[in-house]
Design a protein around this ligand. Sequence first.
Ligand SMILES: Cc1cc2nc3c(=O)[nH]c(=O)nc-3n(C[C@H](O)[C@H](O)[C@H](O)COP(=O)(O)OP(=O)(O)OC[C@H]3O[C@@H](n4cnc5c(N)ncnc54)[C@H](O)[C@@H]3O)c2cc1C
Length: 282
Amino acid sequence: MTQDMQREFTNREELINYLKEQFPKVTERDDNISETVGGRKAAEKVLQKVDPVKYAKSRNFFTGAITRLSPYIRYGVLSLKEVRNYALSKVQNQDQATKLVNELGWRDYWQRLYIKLGEGIWKDQEPYKTGFSVSQYAPELPQDIKEGTTGNVCIDNFSKELREKGYLHNHARMWMAAYIIHWRRIRWQAGAKWFLEHLLDGDPASNNMSWQWVASTFSHKPYFFNRENLERYTEGVYCKQCPLYGKCDFEGSYEELEVKLFPKGEFSRPQNSQSWQKGKRR
Ligand SMILES: Cc1cc2nc3c(=O)[nH]c(=O)nc-3n(C[C@H](O)[C@H](O)[C@H](O)COP(=O)(O)OP(=O)(O)OC[C@H]3O[C@@H](n4cnc5c(N)ncnc54)[C@H](O)[C@@H]3O)c2cc1C
């Protein structure tokens, strides 16, 4: 079938229309077209914008100098080695590229684990450390999350962005996953499946193992956040317009939220919220 497919197009519009025609079932499920352009030329253009020094300082912020290379890496348009070498060529001393090279290392690590675990990546690697058993987590993702109608402006926007752009910032992925698993008590597999349906960089290894890390089935404690954390890294763009500001589900200190979310949690309680922040891997 691929051999018979048209490969040359006069413009992007023609390509889009052709693919819609060729894959009607996919279009039926979701006909959003992401702004991300595919192909080697586009990938090289994005690579040339990479700034490892700025990246290290700002990657956790929505306005940070993240690379947006993930779809190209995911489909092998760019290799990890090529990205690493480019990053090293842009710095005066190698340490300045450490943060970015570390993140590339995470991708490599998850891929190696995938080779070892195979379809086992869909299974909990360990029990949840949240104080709840698997049977206490719902197996399906509710419609309000899928459609972005929960009432939390941040969560609803992440849902929309995921569906329309096929991309979410790493922090938004973490918040969304934590909301689904810990606030709504839904099995991580339901959220992971939904992400894979929409992400242009959707990759079973990076995705599922990150979901398991948030869930605590592949880490020693669950990842969660509070409104202050989200507001800081998004520079308030969602909180400013949220009618639930000051009374949303994410309001409170880490200690207060921990008691609320995990009243029977097994993991040791930190001394203060700062130690939580420090203990965070990403
Ligand atoms: C719940 C959840 C689901 C995720 N699902 C995916 C997924 O399906 N596919 C995917 O590629 N990444 C996934 N990630 C990892 C990360 O969020 C994305 O790789 C990153 O946001 C992509 O944007 P970027 O290219 O601008 O990343 P940058 O921050 O600029 O990083 C550069 C490259 O390093 C790699 N990378 C960065 N962070 C990670 C990470 N934590 N784990 C693995 N590789 C990383 C990616 O290839 C990325 O393109 C997920 C993270 C979470 C928390």
